[in-house]
Ligand binder design. Sequence first.
Ligand code: PEP
Ligand code: MG
Length: 319
Amino acid sequence: EQERMVWSASTEARTADGSPVTIAANVGGKRDAEQAKQYGAQGVGLLRSEFIFMRYSDFPTVSQQVEEYRGVCSAVEPEHVIVRLLDCGADKPLPYATAPAEDNPFLGLRGIRYQRARSGSLDDQLIAIAKVASEGFPIKVMIPMVISVEEIRMVRSRLKDLAPQDETMPRMGIMVETPASVMTIERLAPEIDFVSIGTNDLVQYTLAVDRGNPAVAHLYQELHPAVLHAIDRVVKLCHELAIPVGVCGDMASHPETAIALLALGVDELSASINAIPELKAACAAVSRKQLDELHGQLLSCESADQARAFITPLLASSY
Ligand code: PEP
Ligand code: MG
């Protein structure tokens, strides 16, 4: 294990023909971030701030949050840290964040909708992130569950009111995890600095398949043509505006789906920490030329199985 870690930390992710691949980590706090650094992660592509909130018995104060975010930033310094605004609700209930019972929690008060309904918590979180940014850390804000331009403008305007008006103003991005954000990405992208595709929810909402229901787990297909075309649309239209696109859903943490993402042109994979070594091995097994060819093949598929059949042979040498 020690050997694996050393190899992984000292080896940058590259394709077979030497082109660099950015692999960041998904973390839930400082300890994870320290481990991510050891595994050679190039920053934190997703800090799930709700995991921090879950360790408190009530909403953490601004100074408690400053300490938490600063801890993560100093663990991976000088790499960037993307803090996702509190994404509680649905599969991630926060015990003290009481809300009325819902028939369809996945379609209910979660993500930015929740914080909107409780604006004090949004302000506190933005103040804490802006404070850490003002200390010189490359910390960024990411909004979960976005469906409209108006949500982005609302957060941007709160941030402007609360953060110092200087070059330390944190960069702002969105999770693309709803079909609405995919279909209107050309309207959303000009409002932001980066995008991260949350495939866990995007697959669920695109296919209308509950991500946690075993009865429909066989229909939860990350390589479904609808998902691949959704990702392709987002990458193409964001790149036209020079907006970088990462992926922080589980698709970025498994070799086969990660290779599909690279073929579709995503700029950063943000993966679970333990997945990083095998992702590096997978990258090293494919060339840019193979990825380009795979891109067209993936868009031509009529099923997830067909897509997988194009990918698997490319990875044969990495196992
Ligand atoms: C996602 O939806 O892909 C994601 C990364 O967020 P979460 O799994 O926390 O909903
Ligand atoms: Mg999500």
